[in-house]
Design a protein around this ligand. Structure first.
Ligand code: GRF
Length: 222
């Protein structure tokens, strides 16, 4: 990629991950340039975070479109104005159509709050607690047509604490997301991590397993 990686961030809600990107880029050592934030919900607090940071915002309400494809085409048409190199899904609660994914093949990232391939889909924290798992975490991956199924890049793992609630676990997972997501996106922006033939390549080598960062129960990276 070029010397700057023009990045579009897509959100639907609070945007704490968006805030993590804003803070990370403000640190000055990132290749990412946050070009635009797009939301499918007008009340997403992330839009305010973006405005506060001086990032252009776009809101397209999916309910105003006749179909998923029509919405996705409108999103792509809007994003085209910024010619983004990278799309970062940060709590964007819409499934993207095959056409959209193909248009940005290998250039869309998502973060999913589970140790994929375990627990794709919703309610991951409660499902982890119900299963009595010892470890939980979050995974940054390339987006493909398969929901939460694209090749993995970076995983943050942390121990589950006996007796904690799903909300407490979710908060601890989110805190590590804020550390791993901008880092993984930077690797992609720098070209260190690539999507090739449906797989993740790291430093020129196919990566069957993601990079793993392990955190302690307080969220400190070990
Ligand atoms: C994150 O927990 C992420 O794992 C999931 O959506 C949530 C977004 O939270 N994909 P926020 O809007 O970034 O606070």
């Amino acid at each position: 990629m070029a010397t700057r990686c023009k990045t579009a961030i897509l959100i639907s809600g609070s945007g704490t991950n968006l805030q993590a990107f804003i803070d990370y880029v403000a640190g000055g050592a990132s290749i990412l340039e946050l070009s635009v934030v797009l939301s499918n919900r007008p009340d997403a607090f992330g839009l305010i975070r973006a405005s506060n940071a001086g990032i252009p915002t776009v809101c397209l309400e999916h309910g105003q479109f006749a179909s998923r494809d029509a919405f996705d085409r409108a999103v792509a048409a809007k994003l085209d104005a910024w010619q983004p190199d990278l799309l970062v899904l940060a709590g964007f609660m819409r499934i993207l159509s095959a056409g959209f994914v193909a248009r940005y093949a290998g250039r869309i990232l998502n973060i999913h709050p589970a140790l994929l391939p375990a627990y794709p889909g919703l309610d991951t924290h409660q499902r982890v607690l119900d299963a009595g798992d010892e470890w939980h975490g979050s995974t940054v991956h390339f987006v493909t047509e398969e929901l939460d199924g694209g090749p993995r890049i970076l995983q943050g793992r942390l121990p589950v604490i006996t007796g904690e609630t799903a909300d407490q676990l979710a908060a601890r997972v989110q805190a590590i997301e804020h550390q791993i997501y901008p880092e993984a996106a930077d690797w992609v922006g720098e070209g260190r991590v690539e999507f090739r033939n449906g797989e993740t390549w790291i430093d020129g080598v196919v990566a069957d397993e993601p990079v793993v960062h392990v955190f302690d129960r307080t969220g400190k990276k070990l």
